[in-house]
Design a protein around this ligand. Structure first.
Ligand code: ADP
Length: 475
């Protein structure tokens, strides 16, 4: 833990083990913080706020830029740590380190563009000025699936805006968080400005975050259930809240699309991070006229993906995060199979060649999905591609929108009018049109409906950490 610029040594039994999900082995033990540690960190963040907010945007920008450079200098080291702790193949880990660093660069720049407004006043002797000021102490909770970029996407804009931060990373991936906070410290973030509380049990820390009056803003990325609970409690204390929650992305392939090209895209985005992404396609709707060609291509490509330890050359599918994740994926596949889905490839846990020591599930393609199946509604967070055929555009759009989630959606078509109709008609915060990677530090990321509140990245990302203050002057 990092509180007030000092790293806490592990004391006695107050620690927990971090497991490599590919091997089941313990990598390291880290300090186990609770409510008292969270409270102490909030206290120092509160004390550090006046001096930090008083620094110039140029000074904060320079520190973030230095942290960006340190992340790039240590890209390989960070990527190896991420693969060991989280499981994703090393190439994907390198991509994530770059993506994570991009947020620091982007917000180093945005720090200098926090503009206010002058507003014409109704009286001749009156002047209006609206300032943008940092909200204050930010409490941040991050998930394990993108254990570096989800941190920089919050801490970057918060620090750029002049806020101080206390962050609790996911219990599965504290080592990546520690590495990033070391970089922030080395880059010159002053003591108390960025604090880290690692914890095996998130609840006492979360309780303190939502109840402590010194926290002015909660930013959360994780499951919808936990996000709703925390947002509810934070609302009771009138804290600002941003949430990036679960998703159930539809992936629509229209009759005019090239089924092979679309299947390649589906494979890349579906099996990215072993399906453990909130933007992962969870229902693939394919026009009946090209359905079989799409399914054949996707299944033959998915079936060839090598599962294993992400540090091994050629591995394209890493492990799931833990035993519970394997059980959830297996239960959804078994439910679909029992209700008539066709398992085109995969459909089983992988145990051969030492994979039994980790949490591996085969890349799976399911055809003949219907709305009665659990997978049609529940987020899978695993390597399963569920496919349905459709006949009519409007029917496909209605099915795509038939979910309480609203994060990402994907469309494959070569018809510009159809693309625009779908872009406008899909009730999701992010729509990829022939594009399976509609995200970047410069682009607003976030969902509607049960997928969350607020946006991260882009110029909107820093606004989440700013308050508007109006000045009325009689002259
Ligand atoms: P996932 O299913 O992706 O693990 P969670 O919502 O459980 O999603 O976890 C996302 C983050 O939320 C993690 O940092 C986790 O520790 C934290 N978290 C989980 N439950 C709580 C809780 N009750 N209070 C505060 N934080 C929580």
């Amino acid at each position: 833990m990092l509180v007030n610029g000092a790293w806490t040594e592990i004391q006695g039994s107050k620690s927990f083990a971090v497991i490599n999900p590919a091997t089941g082995e313990v990598i390291e033990h880290v300090a186990d913080g609770g409510q008292a540690e969270a409270r102490a960190a909030i206290e120092v963040a509160h004390d550090a706020f006046p001096a930090w907010r008083a620094t110039t945007a140029y000074a904060r920008s320079a520190i973030l830029y230095k942290a960006y450079q340190l992340m790039l200098d240590r890209k390989e080291e960070l990527a190896q740590l991420m693969t060991t702790e989280q499981g994703k193949p090393i190439r994907a880990a390198r991509t994530e380190v770059q993506y994570g660093a991009d947020f620091l660069l982007w917000f180093a720049e945005e720090a200098k563009r926090v503009y206010g407004e002058t507003i014409p006043a109704p009286r001749g002797d009156q002047r209006f000025i609206a300032l943008q000021q940092p909200v204050g102490v930010v409490a941040a909770i991050t998930p394990w699936n993108y254990p570096i970029s989800m941190i920089t996407r919050k801490v970057g804009p918060a620090l750029a805006a002049g806020c101080t931060v206390v962050l609790k990373p996911a219990e599965a991936t504290p080592l990546c968080a520690i590495a990033i906070f070391k970089i922030l410290q080395e880059a010159g973030v002053p003591a108390g400005v960025a604090n880290l509380v690692t914890a095996a049990d998130p609840r006492p820390v979360g309780d303190e975050f939502v109840n402590n009056p010194k926290v002015r803003k909660l930013t959360f990325t994780g499951s919808t259930a936990v996000g709703k609970m925390l947002a509810g409690q934070a609302a009771g204390n009138m804290k600002r809240v941003s949430c990036e929650l679960g998703g159930h992305a539809p992936f629509l392939v229209f009759a005019d699309a090239d089924p092979v090209h679309a299947a390649k895209g589906a494979q890349l985005v579906k099996f990215l991070n072993t399906g453990q992404a909130c933007i992962s396609p969870n229902r693939i709707f394919v026009h009946r006229s090209i359905h079989d060609a799409f399914v054949d291509t996707l299944a033959s490509r998915a079936g060839k993906m090598l599962a294993g330890n992400g540090l091994t050359d050629g591995v394209a599918i890493g492990p799931l995060v833990n035993e519970a994740a394997v059980a959830k994926v297996a239960a959804q596949v078994d439910d679909a199979r029992a209700k008539g889905a066709e398992v085109v490839c995969g459909g089983e846990r992988l145990t051969a060649d030492g994979l039994d020591k980790g949490f591996f599930y085969a890349p799976t393609v399911l055809a003949n999905i219907d709305p009665e199946m659990t997978i049609y509604r529940e987020e899978t967070f695993g390597p399963v591609a569920p496919i349905m055929a459709f006949d009519d555009d409007q029917e496909a759009l209605a099915m795509a929108n038939d979910t309480h989630y609203g994060l990402a959606a994907y469309v494959y078509t070569r018809d510009i009018s159809r693309a625009m109709r779908m872009f406008e008609g899909l009730d999701f915060g992010i729509v990829g049109i022939n594009d399976i990677n509609p995200s970047a530090a410069a682009a607003p990321f976030g969902g509607i409906k049960d997928s969350g509140l607020g946006r991260e990245g882009s110029r909107k990302g820093i606004a989440e950490y700013l308050e508007t203050k109006l000045g009325g002057f009689s002259v």
